[in-house]
Design a protein around this ligand. Structure first.
Ligand SMILES: *[C@@H]1O[C@H](CO)[C@@H](O)[C@H](O)[C@H]1NC(C)=O
Ligand SMILES: *[C@@H]1O[C@H](CO)[C@@H](O)[C@H](O)[C@H]1NC(C)=O
Ligand SMILES: *[C@@H]1O[C@H](CO)[C@@H](O)[C@H](O)[C@H]1NC(C)=O
Ligand SMILES: *[C@@H]1O[C@H](CO)[C@@H](O)[C@H](O)[C@H]1NC(C)=O
Ligand SMILES: [Cu+2]
Length: 672
């Protein structure tokens, strides 16, 4: 019954979604806009379009001042700035990458140029599929499979970017690794170790083939994870659970604009970045208006270097966003398991390499989360004759996307709290990248195997995951400053107190980019983005602070090639002045990049950042030492950080929050 009601409410919510008169200028490209881009390109490049693949098509966002002036006008009536698409195409004949800007309203190409720098664009899914089939008609590979006594019908190959290791000239190539599917769906656990296949993406052929050694293949036994195939003993058994919202969902989705409780924001989608949150504002009860917090935020890059320097493994230094497309790798979310029963789902589109729109259904889910947490409370017992207890349960709004980049699954959450906090969460799950080896026990291992022995012949290789977040905070406007509130020990002088020491706050405003490159954990400080032109009644600068999660630093040498390319991990925090073209922390052309277009390089310009429109970059990460529990599929490992109002409100913004109605539904269980 409760279930039926829920569906009714979800349906009601969906059917109420009014079509906006004009698209919001930050809306992702629609299927018809992708088709239009395709048509315009076909007309403009009639002779060569067959040899052009479209590696990236996304919204070319209007310049920030245009968006802001559109926002400040009565936006539903005034015409939004013109819609443009940014295209990166690959010309396979001339082996060049092209940058094309298309204006949709005038059906024209606004600009087109050949990219002459290092690195290559995003990989398309189609080209990866095509090249991963090449080995099956390649005699030496068929021979290698036979030599290993395997059935080629049960082999699958997939693509791996190859990085850059100082080569003067590079080609657009990928490595293929092949796996054995016999007896398992968990093919990543059964690599054909010893075989290296290099394919040229422009020429669509195998350009290098090496079969260096044969090693025992990890067993299929124990690698299964499909519920339907698992054998007893099973467990632990969990009882039925659900979330009920007797008044229906508390959020509204209007086009791509989401509003809930005191929050409003725009949710976009990009084939490379995945979710893009823009124009996040919070309603201030005292000021009786929405106040801007975040102009835009998204995951700018994911860097995943593996720690095995041997011939078959050294190159594994992936940029999951810039190479594989975090958005195009998104999975369709499953109701009730990926997201709770009260979730609403949204679809997204990207363009395939010929420009045809591709739908990812249920790419996002949005739901109100109640995890039994306390928003605030107090019990007062000092007042004679009474006990006062005031508690408010904490409910938040979550926007979720899951990106499955090959073997790994990343659960990305943007969580908005009524208290003004934005929590950014990442869950790592999925399947490890393992290496076949001869060992069945750690006692046999005498040398460095670069990982953990997880099962017979199976080594989970050490690696890192770094996620760089782009956070263009606009605290009550664009002109912001970055402040380090350093907590410093003060010695008490002249025995003026029985105490010998205390700590106090010494504020330091970052003047230039160099002042804002921060390795966390070395010093106690609160990092705050403030609007120094706006103060609270008591005179504090309104701000939001960064509350980091667990802190890691890269361990590779600074002059190691992967680290040069992933130099944005050299600091946990960076601040840059806003620049529309500085979006991708590892560079626009991340595949085979040389680190000449990274956040670390931009920051060297050491521009002024005080009282400017600034962008905060935060990189969180995990050093991953695989353990046996990560086999054959890994329980989610969570991390995250928080953006938290700091003197932004005059007082507790959720003091007067009305708690949600209590509902206890003993009948709402798995039993009828
Ligand atoms: C495009 O590729 C075709 C083969 O697919 C070739 O015949 C043609 O000459 C190429 N066009 C250009 C402009 O290079
Ligand atoms: C190889 O695998 C295919 C597909 O599973 C199967 O149909 C075929 O019988 C197998 N061949 C041998 C020789 O086992
Ligand atoms: C914006 O960034 C790009 C890339 O770093 C740079 O070439 C350009 O000069 C920058 N523009 C301004 C106004 O700083
Ligand atoms: C639960 O079920 C019992 C018996 O079927 C019924 O009397 C009661 O009203 C139900 N409670 C709710 C909250 O639906
Ligand atoms: Cu990992």
């Amino acid at each position: 019954m409760a279930m039926k009601l829920l569906f009714f409410f979800l349906f009601a919510l969906w059917s109420c979604r009014a079509k906006p008169i004009h698209p919001h200028p930050l809306d992702p490209l629609t299927p018809s806009e992708f088709n239009l881009v395709q048509t315009i390109l076909q007309k403009s490049y009639p002779s060569s379009i067959k040899n052009l693949t479209l590696q990236y098509i996304g919204l070319d966002e209007p310049d920030k001042p245009l968006i802001l002036s559109w926002l400040s006008s009565s936006k539903s009536k005034s015409k939004p700035p013109p819609r443009r698409a940014f295209v990166v195409a690959r010309d396979h004949v001339h082996k060049q990458s092209l940058e094309i800007t298309v204006e949709l309203s005038t059906y024209s190409i606004v600009s087109s140029k050949i990219y002459t720098g290092h690195g290559y664009p995003l990989l398309s899914l189609e080209e990866q599929t095509v090249v991963s089939l090449l080995p099956f008609s390649y005699e030496p590979f068929i021979e290698s499979v036979k030599k290993r006594g395997l059935n080629i019908s049960e082999v699958a190959c997939t693509t791996f970017s190859v990085g850059w290791f100082g080569e003067v000239k590079t080609k657009r190539v990928l490595n293929l690794l092949c796996y054995y599917m016999k007896g398992t769906a968990n093919l990543y656990m059964r690599p054909l170790e010893g075989v290296t296949i290099v394919v040229d993406l422009d020429e669509v052929r195998i350009v290098k083939y090496v079969d260096r050694f044969i090693v025992a293949m990890p067993k299929a036994e124990g690698t299964e994870y499909r519920a339907s195939k698992l054998k007893p003993p099973l467990g632990p058994k969990l009882k039925g659970i659900t979330v009920t919202q007797p008044d229906g969902p508390g959020f509204k989705i209007d086009g791509h604009t989401v509003s809930w409780a005191n929050w409003a924001f725009h949710l976009g989608f990009d084939v490379r970045a995945g979710p893009i949150i823009s124009l996040a504002s919070i309603f201030d009860v005292q000021e009786q208006k929405y106040r801007r917090v975040l102009y835009q935020g998204f995951i700018s890059e994911l860097f995943v270097p593996y720690m095995d320097p041997t011939e078959e493994w050294y190159y594994k230094t992936f940029f999951d966003s810039g190479e594989f497309g975090f958005g195009q790798s998104a999975s369709s979310l499953e109701p009730f398991t990926d997201c709770p029963a009260n979730a609403a789902f949204l679809d997204a589109y990207y363009a395939s390499s010929d420009g045809t729109p591709v739908k990812i259904s249920n790419v996002f889910c949005i739901f109100e989360k109640y995890a039994g947490d306390v928003m605030w409370r107090h019990t007062e017992t000092l007042i004679p004759g009474q006990v006062i207890t005031e508690v408010r349960p904490d409910v938040s709004l979550v926007v979720r996307m899951v990106s499955t980049v090959g073997n790994y699954d990343y659960i990305i959450d943007w969580e908005f709290l009524p208290s003004g906090s934005i929590k950014l969460g990442v869950g790592l799950t999925g399947i490890l990248e393992v290496k076949g080896a001869t060992y069945t026990h750690t006692d046999q291992i005498k040398e460095d195997v670069y990982g953990t022995l997880l099962a017979d012949y199976t080594i989970g290789v050490y690696h890192d995951h770094f996620l760089a977040y782009y956070l263009d905070l606009d605290i009550d406007g664009e002109a912001n400053s970055f402040i380090k509130n350093n907590l410093e020990t003060v010695k008490v002088k002249h025995h003026s107190s029985p105490r010998k020491s205390y700590w106090t706050v010494v504020s330091e405003t970052a003047k230039t980019e160099a002042d804002a490159r921060i390795k966390l954990g070395l010093k106690a400080s609160e990092l705050v983005v403030v609007n120094s032109n706006k103060k609270t009644k008591p005179g504090n600068k309104v701000g939001y602070r960064l509350l980091p999660g667990s802190i890691i630093h890269p361990l590779l040498l600074n002059d190691d090639y992967p680290q040069i390319r992933g130099a944005f991990t050299n600091y946990n925090v960076w601040v840059t002045p806003y620049n529309k073209s500085e979006k991708w922390a590892g560079g626009l052309y991340a595949d085979r990049s040389r680190g000449d277009d990274t956040l670390a390089v931009w920051s060297l310009r050491n521009r002024d950042i005080e009282n400017k429109d600034i962008v905060l970059w935060y990189t969180m990460g995990f050093h991953h030492v695989p353990c046996q529990e990560d086999f054959p599929v890994m329980p989610t490992l969570r991390g995250g950080f928080e953006l938290r109002p700091t003197n932004y409100f005059e007082s507790n913004p959720v003091l007067k929050t009305k708690p949600p109605k209590n509902v206890y539904s003993p009948n709402c269980s798995s039993h009828p």
